[in-house]
Write a protein that binds this ligand. Structure first.
Ligand code: GLU
Length: 402
């Protein structure tokens, strides 16, 4: 017990721990204790980091890259990020406009710490990735949740955004492809939002972490290409975690106006100093070496996505949008809410995900964590065998509800 005077900070009491990481830890602990758990919770590719990237990390250690680096990251990596943006999108940035951080998540944290004051509102389309609202709150801002519609395939909704925007709106978070819905925003919705953002002078935070993992032909629309004038009020967040299966290396990057990046560097200099040096060299190898890995991931994910969506849609009462990017399915199970098992009522996504875990031994993340209680998220970054087995268990568990 802490002595009475040592209370925890109010900011900590406001936010929950990350639910994605919590469910993953619970699933792993149950498995370690001998339970036959199928884990669809946390989102991380099941393929290993490419060998040449691992080799670059090892070589960096051997070459003595084991000390502090510049706060914003090694200049070679920041140059490689600029070169990549130029090649892939035609965007012109200089290394001073890039911050490398301990994962995309940490970059987003730094962005909000750098721009928000108490009372500043941030528009967050829902379903949203679990950490956006707590990050905004931890920075003293106010998350404003804007619901998106399943019947619109969770596309951005400019009309809803206009309803929730106020004079205090300072920023908006975009995430296409989206975690958890897999939605890829349409050009039309992005055009409308680009106009709103430009007219109102909002900072646009574009979380592009799943950019490489899309299932449509060709490149997806990006707000910066739709309205290049937004460059001065846009921060792009990305990283190597998903596209190069490097979640544990913890390397993400943010690219944006020099003033914002400088402010983020000030925060990073007072907190983590810099991301791990060997990881930065590994990320450099990922971004400058062979580029076929994201395509390999896509190839691996395509049949799993097709199977998962079809199997979910085959269950009575379940609807499921076909994800156009990322590696999650986000089915709607609300038809089963109000039913019960052994006298216990399933009153929402948390109860249903608990039921799946305890009775079906299937770990998933309840939609409530993403601001959408009718749904549950399953990651399909796992083997087809596990998906087939998991779907059968889910089907039986739902059938057993009364
Ligand atoms: N972004 C991944 C997920 O949603 C990783 C876990 C996390 O940081 O939330 O599962």
């Amino acid at each position: 017990m802490l002595p009475e005077k040592i209370t925890l900070a109010d900011r900590v009491l406001q936010v929950p721990p990350s639910p994605t990481l919590a469910v993953n830890a619970k699933a792993k602990a149950l498995r370690a204790a001998g339970a036959d758990i199928l884990n669809f919770s946390v989102g991380e590719p099941d393929l290993s980091t490419p060998a040449h990237v691992c080799e670059a990390g090892k070589q960096a250690i051997d070459a003595g890259h084991t000390r502090y680096t510049p706060v914003a990251g090694i200049v070679e990596l920041r140059e490689a990020i600029c070169a990549r943006f130029r090649k892939e999108h035609g965007w012109e940035y200089v290394p001073e406009q890039v911050q490398v951080s301990c994962g995309g998540k940490h970059g987003l944290y730094n962005i909000f710490q750098a721009i928000l004051n108490p009372g500043d509102e941030v528009l967050i389309p829902a379903p949203y990735w679990v950490s956006y609202p707590p990050m905004v709150q931890l920075a003293g801002g106010t998350p404003v949740i804007v619901p998106l519609k399943e019947e619109n395939d969770f596309d951005l909704d400019p009309t809803a955004l206009a309803q929730y925007a106020t004079a205090k709106t300072k920023a908006i978070i975009l995430n296409s492809p989206s975690n958890p819905t897999g939605a890829v925003y349409t050009r039309a919705s992005l055009e409308a939002v680009a106009k709103m953002a430009y007219d109102h002078g909002w900072l646009v935070v574009s979380d592009d972490m799943y950019e490489e993992l899309t299932y449509a032909e060709g490149k997806i629309a990006h707000i910066l290409n739709i309205d290049p004038r937004l460059k001065e009020q846009l921060v792009i967040s990305n990283g190597v975690s998903k596209s190069f299966a490097m979640t544990g290396w913890r390397i993400g990057y943010s690219v944006g106006p020099i003033e914002v990046i400088k402010a983020m560097n000030k925060i990073q200099s007072q907190s983590t100093s810099n991301p791990a040096a060997p990881s930065q060299y590994a990320a450099l190898a990922a971004l400058t070496g062979p580029q076929d890995f994201p395509a390999q991931l896509r190839e691996a994910f395509l049949p799993r996505r097709a199977f998962f969506v079809k199997a979910l849609r085959a269950i009575k009462g379940v609807t499921c949008v076909n994800p156009m990017g990322a590696f999650y399915v986000f089915p709607n199970f609300s038809a089963y809410f109000g039913k019960s098992f052994q006298g216990k009522t399933i009153d929402g996504s948390v109860a249903l995900a608990d039921y799946f875990l305890s009775e079906a031994k299937v770990a998933s993340v309840p939609g409530a964590a993403f601001g959408a209680d009718a749904f549950i998220r399953f990651s399909f970054a796992t083997s087809m065998t596990v998906i087939e087995k998991g779907m059968e268990r889910i089907r039986l568990a739902l059938a057993a509800l009364q």
